[in-house]
Every structure is written in structure tokens, then in C-alpha cells.
Design a protein around this ligand. Structure first.
Ligand code: F3S
Length: 389
């Protein structure tokens, strides 16, 4: 891989041990994937935040780094709400390790927004055509597909390397040749809300790491696109998709080779296969809830009281932007949790079954969260939380 004189100097250790090690990571990835050069990135989103996932070895690796990030950098969800962790049943020991992890990132100049939806709170992180180094799979999918930016799905160390150097290796989804649709997916059904999670759950399982091009009968909202992309990134490893007449268009002159046709029956089968009425906890906000979603949840809960634990996960800045909505949701006995999510927190371990409206959480909860999962619409989830089922 070609390195400029400055990059070569960093690689040789002229700017210290940390940058030397970070450059080694970027060069190693570039060599593996055949990158010709490095490219500057506009922003970085770093996974490897929950102490549950990184453990002591990960924390020590971060603590060992010196210097400051070179570009705006934010974090993925942590293992707990950074302020209300006691209400989640998190132990003092875990909380102390999690706070140490957060402080280690803060010392490197990373902004402490722990969310998989940073694009909901900041406009400057990603715009059409920007090159990024983002980690969390639903954020990567949204950035590539809906925003029209360009990012590979970075691991924790490679994202941190990109943050400290300000560059990433030019390969994968940074290049037009890898952004061409592989599958045409025609959906003959009117879909709404969690239906897009079911659709993503199905399509990701079929196309794996392909690039689906959807022809839908309606126009999905941005929240529905998030839901779709998150599910496909979990059941498959889709990092980029297109929706005809909705998202930015693919590079010209390419036609998908495969074709899938799905209908209402296929979507309904996902709900039937994963019932959630016997769940002992309900969790919404995977990916982190938007303000519109919080509004909807507040409306559904109005004047009622939950009978089961109900968690609503969102970005702290979203919750802070609408304290009235948060108060309304919590007046029903639900918990609005920030900085964390139902998949990366150890708090799920005390439960038996979690009902979700997210195709991504449906895939990940049994393995990563240690609970079985049921799937339903937002209304069905709230009904279960209210004990109406
Ligand atoms: Fe976000 Fe956690 Fe879901 S990181 S996409 S809420 S699994």
C-alpha cells in the first residue's frame, strides 16, 4: 500500500508509539483487503465500549493509548446507563469498570455519546459522499444506504486507529465497485414499523453480505429504514442497501443478478414464529429510539401503568431534547435508558424472555444477551408490557 511521507514516518514510529501501533493496524487491514492507499475520514464511531464485551484485556488496551483523536469520534452503547445503572440492577464492580472504560475514551478526546444512532443527534458527522470509519452495524448500514456516505464495518481497534490517525484504508464500501446491487428484492405488501424489521430479518438471512436493491410498494420513513438496515446487518452482514426512489442511487450501469419476491405472508410468519406474549420483559429502541418513536410510545402508554418491566433505549441527547416525553413514558412505570441497549448490557441476564420490535435484537438477544426473544409490533410490545395479552 502506498504511504505518503508523513504516513510512512508515523508507521516508522516518528510520532510516538501509539500512532505507530495505530498505523500498523490500518496498514495491516489495507494489505489484507488490497487497499492502494489511506483516505481521510470525516468521523469515527467506535464499538468496543460495553465492558461486558471488551473485558479487562480490552480496557487495558485502551488505557495504554496516548494522544487525541484527529477527527470527531463518538461511541457505541455502553453496558449501562451511565447515571441510572443501579436501576438496571448493574453491580458496583461492573459500573466501576464501565466508567473507567468511558474515562479512557474521554482522555483520548472521544465525545461521550454512547449511541448507535449518532446521525440522529449530529449533522456534521456524516453527509453524502463522506468517507467514515464507523463500527456499529446498523449505523454503518444507515450511513452507507440512507445518508449515502461510505464506510466499512470497522472493528473496535480499527475504528480507534482511524480516529487517532484520521484516516482509513481505501477498500470495500469506500469504492464504487463494491457498492453495486447484487439482489433485486420486490415486496408486494404494505409494510409499517416493525414489519421492516421482519423484512430485514428475512432478507439478511438470504443475501448474507450482498447489496439488496428494494422495490417497495410504499415509501418507508427514516425510522423504518433504520429498522430494516439493522435487521439485515444482524441476520446477514448487509452493510449497504438501496430502496428505489427513496435512498441515494447505486453506481450506474449495474443490474442485480438475483431476484427475490416477498409478500405479507412471509412477513407474518416472522411474528408467528417468534411470539412474545410470555416474555417477562419488553424492550424497545434497537436501534436507539428517535424522538418520533418516543412520541409514539408515550401516546400508547398514556394514562396506563406497565405490569412488566419495559425498557426504552435511546441516545442521551435525544432523551434530553424531550424531557416531557420521557416523563410521560416514565409515569407509566417504563424506564427510558440512555447510553446503553438491551443487547450490550449485562442487565438482561436476570430475565427469561424479552419481547422486542426489532429484527436485530431478535437475532442477537439469545446469543449476546443471554435471554430468549419474542418479536412483535410496537403496539403488541406495549400491550404485553401492560399485561393486556
Ligand atoms: Fe443499537 Fe444495541 Fe440495537 S447497539 S442497533 S440498540 S443492539
Amino acid at each position: 500500500m502506498y504511504l505518503s511521507r508523513e504516513e510512512e514516518g508515523i508507521y516508522q514510529g516518528e510520532q510516538g508509539e501509539t500512532l505507530h501501533r495505530m498505523m500498523e493496524i490500518l496498514v495491516a487491514l489495507g494489505d489484507i483487503y488490497g487497499a492502494e492507499q489511506l483516505i481521510p475520514v470525516k468521523s469515527v464511531q467506535i464499538a468496543g465500549v460495553s465492558y461486558k464485551n471488551i473485558g479487562e484485556a480490552g480496557l487495558e488496551w485502551i488505557l495504554d493509548l496516548q494522544g487525541r483523536v484527529a477527527v470527531p469520534s463518538v461511541l457505541n452503547p455502553a453496558g449501562m446507563d451511565l447515571f441510572r445503572w443501579r436501576e438496571m440492577g448493574i453491580s458496583e464492580e461492573f459500573a466501576s469498570k464501565q466508567q473507567e472504560t468511558i474515562e479512557a475514551y474521554r482522555r483520548l478526546g472521544v465525545t461521550i455519546d454512547c449511541t448507535c444512532t449518532p446521525y440522529q443527534i449530529y449533522d456534521h458527522l456524516a453527509n453524502r459522499g463522506d468517507h467514515l470509519a464507523w463500527s456499529e452495524s446498523s449505523a454503518v448500514s444507515y450511513a452507507n444506504s440512507v445518508i449515502g456516505a461510505r464506510t466499512n464495518r470497522e472493528g473496535g481497534p480499527s475504528a480507534l486507529a482511524a480516529a487517532l490517525i484520521g484516516k482509513t484504508a481505501l477498500y470495500g464500501y469506500h469504492l464504487d465497485e463494491n457498492r453495486r446491487p447484487t439482489h433485486l428484492v420486490e415486496v408486494d405488501a404494505d409494510l409499517r414499523g416493525s414489519d421492516f424489521g421482519a423484512l430485514g430479518f428475512l432478507v439478511g438471512g438470504i443475501v448474507k453480505d450482498g447489496v439488496p436493491f428494494f422495490r417497495l410498494s410504499g415509501r418507508p420513513s427514516n425510522d423504518e429504514l433504520r429498522t430494516l438496515g439493522a435487521a439485515m446487518a444482524a441476520s446477514g452482514s448487509v452493510a449497504l442497501y438501496y430502496v428505489e426512489d427513496v435512498t441515494p442511487t447505486p453506481p450506474s450501469g449495474t443490474e442485480p443478478k438475483e431476484r427475490l419476491v416477498l409478500g405479507r405472508k412471509d412477513i407474518d410468519e416472522v411474528y408467528e414464529k417468534y411470539p412474545g406474549s410470555d416474555a417477562d420483559i419488553v424492550a424497545l429502541g434497537c436501534p436507539h429510539c428517535s424522538r418520533l418513536e418516543l412520541e409514539r410510545i408515550a401516546k400508547l402508554l398514556l394514562g396506563q401503568r406497565v405490569k412488566k418491566e419495559l425498557w426504552i433505549c435511546t441516545a442521551r441527547k435525544i432523551a434530553e431534547s424531550c424531557p416531557d416525553l420521557v416523563a410521560k413514558i416514565e409515569a407509566a412505570g417504563a424506564k427510558v435508558l440512555c447510553d446503553t441497549c438491551m443487547v450490550v448490557s449485562p442487565a438482561t441476564e436476570g430475565f427469561h424472555k424479552m419481547m422486542v420490535n426489532s429484527g436485530k435484537a431478535l437475532v442477537y438477544l439469545p446469543g449476546l444477551g443471554g435471554v430468549s426473544a419474542g418479536f412483535g409490533s410496537t403496539e403488541q410490545c406495549i400491550d404485553v408490557a401492560l399485561g393486556r395479552n
